[in-house]
Design a protein around this ligand. Structure first.
Ligand SMILES: C[S@@+](CC[C@H](N)C(=O)[O-])C[C@H]1O[C@@H](n2cnc3c(N)ncnc32)[C@H](O)[C@@H]1O
Length: 187
């Protein structure tokens, strides 16, 4: 199992996802699930907007979230230290998954994807990324990467509010990125 704790401490306090900022310019929700919340930057951002957030991660660091919240705000967050492979998701208006669900065991990805759909209320939203097949991780059999056609197939039961293909090379280590930024609404 890959250890994400260094990544979490490195990204603590980073800018939050632009996708999420964009979403809240036009939409709002009362509750959300942050899947693979990591250091919890997006969880904290949503809680401070008065949204009830269930923060989920297999390597959960509650303190990274709680130490940024007032006593009142803490009432808005709940936690689940669980794995995508055997997760239970309650009903919710929004599921966020920033650079997280591609790391689900590929044998369990379709089940997870269906659980996400089923847990969303009617007209609920999914926001996050899926990796493309030109990402350098596409040769890693433990990581889910998909063709653009396959990603669109996964989204067929959603109305697409934003779909952007991103392809770039990280200068520091030549890592090739290929992913899809997604904001989608359950039909
Ligand atoms: C790349 S980090 C992204 C974290 C955060 N969403 C962000 O954007 O900073 C992936 C996160 O997913 C979690 N994760 C990876 N595989 C997981 C799994 N199978 N089940 C639950 N969480 C997992 C890791 O612990 C990590 O916090």
């Amino acid at each position: 199992m890959k250890d994400w704790t260094n990544f979490q401490s490195r990204t603590y306090g980073n800018n939050i996802s632009e996708l999420l900022v964009e979403f809240f310019k036009k939409n709002n929700v009362k509750n959300a699930i942050d899947l693979g919340c990591g250091s919890g930057n997006e969880t904290v951002y949503m809680v401070k907007k008065g949204i009830h957030v269930l923060a989920i991660d297999r390597q959960l660091n509650k303190d990274y979230i709680l130490n940024r919240l007032s006593e009142d705000e803490k009432k808005y967050v709940t936690f689940s230290e669980s794995s995508f492979e055997d997760i239970n998701l309650p009903k919710t208006e929004l599921i966020t998954a920033f650079f997280s669900i591609p790391f689900c065991n590929p044998d369990d990805f379709d089940t997870l994807w269906n659980k996400i759909y089923n847990s969303l209320e009617d007209n609920g939203y999914f926001i996050g990324q899926l990796f493309g097949d030109r990402d350098s991780w596409s040769i890693d059999e433990t990581i889910n990467t998909f063709s653009i056609e396959r990603v669109k197939e996964y989204l067929k039961n959603y109305k697409i509010l934003k779909f952007e293909e991103v392809e770039s090379i990280r200068e520091s280590d030549n890592k090739k990125w290929h992913f899809f930024d997604i904001i989608a609404k359950k039909k």
